[in-house]
Each structure stands twice: as C-alpha cells, then as structure tokens.
Design a protein around this ligand. Structure first.
Ligand code: NAP
Ligand code: FER
Length: 341
C-alpha cells in the first residue's frame, strides 16, 4: 500500500440555519492500522445525505449528534486494502453507513445494522449503487412506499423531491404498482427527468405560486398516498388535498431542517379527520432487518428495465461540504455522491 495519509472532514462548528464552509475543517492524519479482526478500507465513493444536517446541528434527535472536532459520520463504499479478518481479503468491496467523511477507515466486520459492514457484489451493479438505489435511499423508497404507503392500482401518489435519491425510486415503484404519479420537484430539468421516468404530472414548487391549486388540478380525485420528502410549504399544500383513507408517509423535512426557529406550518388535523387519513413517521433503520429482500427486489426490477436512476457525482474529498450544500439548496439531480478513489 502506497498511501500514507488520510484526509478527513471534522465538524468545526454547529451550524445555525443554513450551514456554510466554515462549519467544516479538512484534516490530514496518518492512515490508521487495522487491529486483530479488523479491515482497512480505502473509500471509492462517499455518500452525501440530508440526514447529516440533523446530526451536525445542536437539536436532539434519535441518534447521537456529531461533536465539534469529530469526524463527520456518513456512509461510503470502498476497497479493502488490508485485512486481519478471515472472511475479508484485499480487493473485496465493503459498504457501511459507519465510515465517516474520510479516505480511509478501519472497520470491524460483523453487525447487522446500518453501521455494519456489508460485502458488495460488483457484478450486481456498479459499486456506488450500494449508496444509492441499492442502498439506504433505495430501502427508504421500497419500505416507505410499499409497506407504509401501501399503494393500490389506480391510486394517485404524490412524491416530493421527486427527482432525488429517494424520490426517483418511489415514483418508479409507484408506477410499477399501477399508480398515477404526481411529481413535485424544483426545476424544469428535474421535472424532465421525472417525465422520462414515466411520472404522469410534474409540478415545479419553485415556479408555482399556488401549490394547493396546482395539486387540486393535478389530483382531481385527491391524493391517496403522499410520500413527503420535504415537509414545509409543500407538505401544507398536499395535506389539503387528501383523498378518503389517504396514507401519508413522513420521510423527510429537508425544506425546514436549516430554517432558523421553529417549523410553524398550518394545522392539518381537520384534513386528516375528514379524509380519515393515516399519517406515519418513517425511519429506514426500522426496516434494516429486511435489507437483503429490498436489494434482491430492486436489483431484479432494474435488470428487468423497470428501474432507472441518476447519480450526481463530484470528484475529490475536498468537495464534501460543497456536495452536502447542494442537497440543501436543491442543486443536485439524483443521488449526490463524491468520488474519492
Ligand atoms: P435528494 O432528494 O436527492 O436531495 C434533496 C432534495 O431536497 C433537493 O434536491 C431538493 O429537491 C429538495 N429540497 C431541498 N431544499 C428544499 C426546500 N427548501 N423545499 C423543497 N425541497 C427542497 O435527497 P434524498 O437523499 O433522496 O432525501 C430526500 C428526503 O428523504 C430528505 O428529506 C431526507 O432527509 C429523507 N430521507 C429520510 C429517510 C428516513 O429514514 N426517514 C431516509 C433517507 C432519506 P427539489 O429541487 O426537487 O426540491
Ligand atoms: C433522514 C432524515 C431524518 C434520515 C433520518 C432522519 C436516515 C431521522 C431524523 C430524526 O430522527 O430526527 O434522511 O435518514
């Protein structure tokens, strides 16, 4: 192995509102050495995900936050360069959500949760898929839509951030389930991609003055399934258009996660009552025990030509903060990744 240094991003300060470059520091350290039973992995792709906004902020969440001076947590896929573990050999490909924003990590194989280390089959799909449609965002779409949203043929499904890592898979799974898909996304280019994927109607939330009226027109019989990736004003507008017995999947709050102060929206209890709707919070980690099932089903759909995806790749670990900010400003088209190897 020729590499001797590891570059890694540390949290410099907790952001208040929208993060900026001053929240992150790039540090150079020696490449770590694996102990007994451990492997050393060199990252090829780092994952960039909206949940990191919650982890680097000060507010409490279901998971421990990143402290100042700590390596920012995050997923990656990479190549084993040294192994002290009998089941792993140099050249194997490893993926885990417990890698961190860095070039090298020492990992302890074993563990079945998100931070466990999974062996990736490079013959199944390009290895970066394990961070995208065949990984955490794909599982989010699969379980969130199919098990929580429970779409039925003929249903109208509304999905926000529809061209993104999760949204593009949600829309295609809904089409495969025989639904009509209404996509909400933030630019004409994003909506063109949604159209290419076969979604039936597109609404540009950045160019639509009256979202509620646009949704009423797009969903004349109401919204049967709302896959809410953003929260905020999009959430308020969709909730006013629920059909009888609608299912609402609360998946993300990216529209408000960098907003200073409390998230003050409109009350939706009246709409939920009239529609006798079900509103469910969703966390992909609760479904992790079914990881293999989702990967098998998603890979089969992709092989059959029923699942397409876009990834948005920047080059170089120095670009991690920039890549992260792209998510929060809607600059990404598809799953945001950073190629490092
Ligand atoms: P993504 O959709 O690929 O990227 C984020 C997108 O959010 C942006 O491209 C932008 O798309 C949209 N956005 C950003 N700011 C916005 C704003 N102010 N108003 C409306 N839209 C805004 O990201 P992803 O990885 O697929 O995640 C999508 C959502 O799912 C996120 O909220 C994430 O936190 C959530 N998620 C939840 C779980 C879970 O277990 N609950 C797991 C994975 C992801 P537009 O330009 O189209 O608006
Ligand atoms: C995400 C957004 C939110 C996510 C997890 C959460 C795994 C959970 C937030 C919380 O518990 O506060 O994208 O992805």
């Amino acid at each position: 192995m020729t590499d001797t240094v590891n570059r890694r991003w540390l949290l410099a300060k907790h952001p208040e509102g929208m993060p900026d470059a001053s929240c992150f520091t790039l540090e150079t350290t020696p490449v770590p050495v694996p102990g007994p039973g451990e492997i050393l992995v060199k990252a090829r792709y780092l994952s960039v995900d909206p949940y990191m906004r919650g982890r680097i902020g000060r507010s409490k969440s279901y998971a421990k936050g990143v402290e100042i001076g700590e390596v920012i947590r995050g997923g990656a896929v990479g190549e084993v360069v040294a192994s002290n573990h009998p089941a792993w050999a140099p050249g194997d490909i490893a993926e885990t959500m417990g890698f961190g924003w860095q070039e090298f990590a020492v990992l302890a194989p074993g563990g079945s949760g998100p931070d466990g280390v999974r062996k990736v089959d490079p013959a199944l799909a390009p290895i970066e898929s394990s961070l995208s449609w065949l990984g955490m965002p794909g599982l989010t779409a699969y379980f969130g839509l199919l098990d929580v949203g429970r779409p039925r043929p003929g249903d109208t499904v509304v999905v926000s951030a529809a061209s993104g890592a999760v949204g593009q898979i949600v829309g295609q799974l809904a089409k495969a389930a025989g639904c009509r898909v209404v996509a909400i996304a933030g630019s004409p280019e994003k909506l063109a991609w949604c159209e290419e994927l076969g979604f039936d109607v597109g609404i540009d939330h950045r160019a639509t003055a009256d979202l509620c009226a646009a949704l009423r027109e797009a969903c004349p019989n109401g919204v049967d399934v709302f896959f809410d990736n953003t929260g905020g004003p999009i959430h308020d507008a969709v909730m006013k258009n629920l059909a009888l017995h609608a299912r609402v999947v609360i998946c993300g709050r990216i529209a408000v996660s960098s907003q200073p102060g409390p998230d003050i929206g409109q009350r939706f209890n009246g709409h939920v009552l009239v529609a006798r709707a079900t509103v469910s919070g969703f966390l992909v980690f609760d479904w992790w025990h079914r990881h293999a099932e989702a990967v098998t089903r998603l890979a089969a759909l992709q092989k059959a030509g029923k699942l397409r995806f876009r990834e948005d790749v920047l080059d170089g670990i120095e670009r991690m903060p920039e890549a992260f900010l792209r998510l929060l400003t809607g600059a990404n088209l598809g799953k945001q990744l950073v190629r490092v190897g």
